[in-house]
Design a protein around this ligand. Sequence first.
Ligand SMILES: CC(C)(COP(=O)(O)OP(=O)(O)OC[C@H]1O[C@@H](n2cnc3c(N)ncnc32)[C@H](O)[C@@H]1OP(=O)(O)O)[C@@H](O)C(=O)NCCC(=O)NCCS
Length: 164
Amino acid sequence: MIHIDEISACKSDYMELLILGDEQEEMIMKYLDRGRLFVLKDDDKVCAVCVVTDEGDFTLELKNIAVSEKVQRHGFGRALISFTESKFAGAFKRLIVGTGDSPLTVPFYEKCGFRKCGVIKNFFIDNYDHPIIEAGVQLCDMICFEKELSEDHGTDREGIAEIR
Ligand SMILES: CC(C)(COP(=O)(O)OP(=O)(O)OC[C@H]1O[C@@H](n2cnc3c(N)ncnc32)[C@H](O)[C@@H]1OP(=O)(O)O)[C@@H](O)C(=O)NCCC(=O)NCCS
C-alpha cells in the first residue's frame, strides 16, 4: 500500500532522492525551505519525493520530483503528480514545471497531461556549476510545462490507493 506524507522538519534527510531530481544541492537549498516536501512510501519504504512552491498568481511550481531508481516506471511519479493536483486544486489554478530537453523526463510530463508553454534558453548552462548530462546529452535549455488545476480533483487526500 502506498501513502504520501508531508515532511516539515529535517527535509535535507531526503537529499539523496532530491539530488536525483535536481543534481546540484545548492540549487535544491534555494527552494527546499520555502517549498512543501511530500514523500511517497510503499509499505513504509521511501520510494519518491516531490517539492512544490507557491510562485504567486495562483501558480504552484513543481521544483523537484524524483523516484528511487529501482522503482522508476512503477507509477509512483504519476501518483505524486496526481496527489499534488488533488491537494492543491482548490488554492491554485496552475501547476508548472521546468525540465531539461531530455527523453527521460519530457515524455513523463506529457503523459501526465502537461503541455509545453515556453523555453528558458541556456538555463542549465547559466545556473549550474557543472554540465548536466542526461541520456548522454548535455542539457542546455529549460523546457517549461504547465497544467491547469481543476477543482474536480477535490481537496486534500490522506493517502492514495494501491497503484500497481
Ligand atoms: C521522471 C520520473 C519522476 C518519472 O517517474 P516514474 O515513477 O518513473 O514514472 P511513472 O511510472 O509514474 O510514469 C508515468 C507515465 O510516464 C511514462 N514515462 C515515465 N518515464 C518515461 C520515459 N523515460 N520515457 C517515456 N515515458 C516515460 C510512463 O510510461 C507512464 O506512462 P503510461 O502510464 O502511459 O505507461 C522518474 O523517472 C525519476 O525520478 N527520474 C529521475 C529524476 C528526474 O529526472 N526527475 C525529474 C526532474 S525534471
